[in-house]
Design a binder for this molecule. Structure first.
Ligand code: NAD
Length: 295
């Protein structure tokens, strides 16, 4: 079995480590938060004293960190992880970060003979726990084939979007579309309810009509319409508004870099920022329903 180094043991990283351990791999972990390290140790992981120690002797290093700044500071610069990794090492960064940051890490790594993949995920905490994540990979074919056995333990779908950074671009496009679909669905549901319709009846009509979309299928934002979704538990759990705002910021950066027009994404981002400022930053992103329904 392979020796895996895993850095970043939060909402997503923690359950991903559990699945690698269950598959019989030896996993050495590190997070700056001690209690997250202990949680993994209780499940059978070896705890490294630092990120560099985790990387030592690992066949593959996987990271799952919040944002670009964390990834760049982990891998680059004096004392960065690229300094501790041997030539020929494989790194899979699953964080959602800017494509430019992913390319920067990949290019500096390539100069040292280290292969880096960007492999952001879709599927949320539920997908991480169930081992059914979708990985959206940027990087070389050869790197992806080396990473595939590990990705297959943590996920069900693996897409190769293109060269370094392409995984991030695809992930950002998907999340921008998701924010637009969720916001539009919430707006339409409230319009129907304000005009006397039952939200469950309206949801079913739109789901089977030309307005049908993923939110109506599996993630209805209106409380009480669908069981087991964040809307039915006061928008707890799921994908945080704060993280959606981060991803929409990445989309805006990518748009500015290319002079692309993203009016819908820009509007969705502004709505989510107003929603966060109303106190919903730590709630699931489907809580955008409240921006239409709150007095
Ligand atoms: P999280 O904040 O729960 O976990 C990130 C972890 O990284 C934290 O435990 C933090 O202590 C650790 N960390 C930060 N800097 C570190 C460093 N230098 N060394 C070691 N550990 C460090 O975040 P999350 O929800 O697990 O999300 C991780 C990434 O996955 C983000 O980029 C997010 O956008 C993406 N993502 C999240 C979801 C979701 O539903 N939560 C879904 C898809 C993608």
């Amino acid at each position: 079995m392979a020796k895996i180094g895993f850095i970043g043991l939060g909402n997503m990283g923690g359950p991903m480590v559990s699945n690698l351990l269950k598959a019989g791999h030896e996993v050495t972990v590190y997070d700056i938060v001690a209690e997250l390290r202990e949680k993994c140790a209780n499940e059978g992981a070896v705890v490294g004293g630092s990120a560099a120690e985790v990387a030592k002797d690992a066949h593959v290093v996987i990271s799952m960190l919040p944002a670009s700044i964390h990834v760049e500071s982990l891998y680059l610069g004096d004392g960065g992880l690229l300094d501790s990794l041997a030539s020929g090492a494989l790194v899979v960064d699953c964080s959602t970060i800017s494509p430019a940051s992913s390319r920067k890490v990949s290019e500096q790594a390539a100069a040292l003979g280290i292969t880096v993949l960007d492999a952001p995920v879709s599927g949320g905490v539920g997908g991480a726990v169930a081992g059914s994540l979708t990985f959206i990979v940027g990087g070389s074919d050869e790197g992806l084939e080396r990473a595939r056995p590990y990705l297959e333990i943590m996920g069900k779908n693996i897409f190769h979007a293109g060269a370094a950074g392409a995984g991030q671009v695809a992930k950002i496009c998907n999340n921008m579309l998701l924010s637009v679909l969720m916001t539009g669905t919430a707006e339409a549901l409230q319009l129907g309810v304000d005009n006397g319709l039952d939200p469950a009846v309206l949801s079913e009509i739109m789901r089977k009509s030309s307005g049908g979309n993923w939110a109506l299928e599996v993630y209805n934002p209106f409380p009480g319409v669908m069981e087991g979704v964040p809307a039915s538990r006061d928008y707890e759990g799921g994908f945080l508004v704060d993280l959606m705002i981060k991803d929409l910021g990445l989309a805006m950066e990518a748009a500015l870099g290319q002079g692309a027009a993203t009016p819908m994404g820009s509007l969705a981002r502004n709505l989510y920022i107003a929603h966060r400022d109303n106190g919903y930053g730590r709630k699931d992103f489907s809580s955008i329903q409240k921006i239409f329904s709150d007095d």
